[in-house]
Every structure is written in C-alpha cells, then in structure tokens.
Design a protein around this ligand. Structure first.
Ligand SMILES: NC(=O)c1ccc[n+]([C@@H]2O[C@H](COP(=O)([O-])OP(=O)(O)OC[C@H]3O[C@@H](n4cnc5c(N)ncnc54)[C@H](OP(=O)(O)O)[C@@H]3O)[C@@H](O)[C@H]2O)c1
Length: 257
C-alpha cells in the first residue's frame, strides 16, 4: 500500500529536500508550513516531477492549537501518516536581547512542544499498524553548549533526548525514530535569521548541502539509528564534542549567532 509522509517546514530548505527524496521513493506527501504560496509551488512541482499525490496545509507551529488542527485535518482527509518529518524550525529570539516573553514562548512551542505533540498524535497509530518512520530534525548545536541565544541549542538537545527515548520505547514495534543533527547547511535558515555575515565568514568546508543531510537522515531512520550526526566533519567532531577534555576547543570553532 502507498505510504504518506507529513513534513513540517516544507516550504523551503531541508523540508523541500525531504519532500523531493520521499516523493522519489513513491510516497504521497502532506506538506506543512506557514507560507501557503510557497507550499503550493513546491506541491505542484513535486507532483509533476514524481507523479505522487502532494497536499499541503498552512499552519503556524508556534501556535499551540496547530498540532491538534493538523490532526483534525489528517483525519478529515482520511490519511494515514507513515512518515512524520518534524523539520520546521528557526533561529528564534535571543533569551535576553528579546525582552517580551511571548516570542520566546512561541519559539519554544515551535521547536519542542509542537514536535512532541505531533509525535503524541501520529506515533500511536503507526505502532498499531506496525510501521512508521519519525525524523526529528535537531542540530549539531544540540550536541554542545555555545555562547549563543541560550535556547536554540537547548531546544535541539531536547529533541535528541526525546528521540532517543522514543526509539527505546518503540523498539520491536516496526516504528523507527531518529534525531537528525546537521551542521551548517545551505538553506534559507541563515538569511531568514539575519545571520549572513556569520555565514559568509565561515569556511566552505563547514557547509553541507541539503541533499546530503536529508539522505543521511532518511538512511538513519531506515536503519533504526536513534541519533544521526550528518556530514563527515560533524561526525568526526561529535565524539570530540562529547568529551570534556576537548569541549572548549570545539566550542571555540563553532560560532554562536
Ligand atoms: N540550515 C542549517 O544550517 C541547519 C543546521 C542544523 C539544523 N537545522 C534545522 O533544520 C530545520 C530546517 O531548517 P532549514 O535549514 O531548512 O531552514 P529554512 O530554509 O529557513 O526552512 C525552515 C522551514 O521551517 C518553516 N517554519 C519556520 N517557522 C515556522 C512556523 N512557526 N510554523 C511552521 N513552519 C515554520 C519555514 O516555512 P514558513 O516560513 O513558510 O513557515 C520553512 O519551511 C530547522 O529545524 C533547523 O533548526 C538547520
């Protein structure tokens, strides 16, 4: 039977690449992001290129009501979600430079609560059917503390912890969960966050393309690998970053904001 993937943050960057690679495997897609026009463009081009059914729904995942609304939409459309790709994310506000609490709360909702709630809604039916794939897009920034905005990295570290535990609970059920931890990747992320000066200052070897990162993530979840650090450079740095001895050296290499 044909499988369906729900992909969040599918109007740009890694989300579009997830959509393309899963469509190339023959999956039907439900794409989610805020920008409806972008979603329509991506949906049209992927359905024309790969001949799969591509639907989309506009939702702001920093709104606490959004995950429940998505579930209602999926049920109304009669869809079964076999692949859940929790990819939407942004650099977010700095904890201290942004004085209002409301944008901070919305950021945490987007980065952690919405991901957890989407797992809550969509993983149990996968387990009942005996098949499912969940990719939670974390970051190398979740693997070590940096002098950055104070909660982007921690929110990504939460996704690693959540996914490792999910993978343990789901062992033997046919449902696999992987946290994908990319390093610096060419997408719209840094431009949207006003971080182009930092991007331009970093050497080319620290950057990967979206296709490589997504390929790593999909391969990891097929193999049931709970944590996938993407890119040879970051895979090499990761064990060093986890060692107390070398952490200060790695921290000095990876810039904050
Ligand atoms: N690029 C990197 O260097 C890098 C490294 C490590 C991890 N990551 C992670 O990779 C994931 C994808 O980022 P990307 O690099 O592909 O960035 P991107 O090109 O900026 O894409 C981000 C996507 O998330 C969506 N999004 C943002 N806020 C949203 C919200 N409130 N509700 C719903 N959708 C929202 C955006 O769509 P709309 O604007 O249309 O809503 C867009 O589709 C993120 O979780 C990011 O933290 C990126």
């Amino acid at each position: 039977m044909k499988k369906t993937a729900l992909i969040t943050g599918a109007s740009a960057g890694l989300g579009v690449e997830f959509a393309r690679q899963l469509a190339a495997q023959g999956l039907d897609l439900l794409l989610v992001a805020r920008r409806k026009e972008k979603l329509e463009e991506v949906s049209k081009s992927i359905s024309e290129e790969f001949g799969v059914d591509v639907r989309n729904v506009s939702a702001d995942l920093s709104d606490p009501a959004a995950p429940r609304t998505l579930l209602t939409h999926v049920e109304a459309e009669g869809l079964a979600i076999d692949y859940l790709i929790n990819n939407a994310g942004s650099a977010g506000p700095s904890l201290f430079e942004e004085e209002d609490w409301a944008p901070q709360a919305r950021f945490l909702e987007l980065m952690m609560t919405s991901v957890t709630q989407l797992c809550h809604h969509f993983v149990p039916p996968m387990r009942e059917r005996g098949f499912g794939r969940v990719v939670n897009v974390s970051s190398f920034a979740g693997r070590l503390a940096r002098p950055a905005g104070a909660h982007y990295g921690p929110s990504k570290a939460y996704l690693v912890a959540l996914t490792e535990e999910l993978a343990l609970i789901l062992r033997g059920s046919g449902v696999h969960a992987s946290a994908l931890c990319p390093g610096f990747t060419h997408t719209e992320f840094h431009e949207t966050a006003g971080m182009m000066a930092m991007k331009n200052a970093l050497p080319g070897f620290m950057w990967y393309d979206a296709a490589t990162v997504v390929r790593d993530g999909l391969r990891a979840v097929e193999r049931g690998k709970p944590i996938m650090v993407s890119g040879r450079l970051y895979r090499w740095l990761d064990p060093v970053a986890q060692s107390k001895l070398f952490r200060p050296f790695i921290k000095s290499m990876i810039p904050g904001r």
